[in-house]
Design a protein around this ligand. Structure first.
Ligand SMILES: [Zn+2]
Ligand SMILES: [Zn+2]
Length: 90
């Protein structure tokens, strides 16, 4: 046993180890909301200014091309590359 200047004994062994449970591979999912984080992966835009996300399948429309998606009122509005460019400078 060692002693400090104050005469206190120092315990030789410290047994303070936090056990952190490993995350299982199953609990880790990147497909759940990677669209929210990384953005949707768009398919080619069609002539009507609509497309879909090939990852989550959500319908997407360009609000500059069409006022709303023709078939899906829940569609996500994303500017198509053409209008995206024009709004950057505007
Ligand atoms: Zn998506
Ligand atoms: Zn557009």
């Amino acid at each position: 046993m060692q002693q400090t200047l104050w005469g206190e004994t120092i315990p030789k062994r410290r047994r303070k180890r936090k056990v952190i449970p490993l995350l299982t591979a199953a609990s880790y999912s990147i497909t759940e909301n990677d669209c929210e984080i990384l953005g949707h992966t768009l398919r080619v835009w069609d002539l009507a200014g609509c497309t879909i996300c090939i990852d989550c399948g959500v319908k997407i429309f360009c609000p500059q091309c069409v006022s709303q998606h023709p078939t899906d009122p829940q569609a996500v509005s994303i500017l198509c590359p053409q209008h995206e460019e024009s709004t950057v400078s505007a």
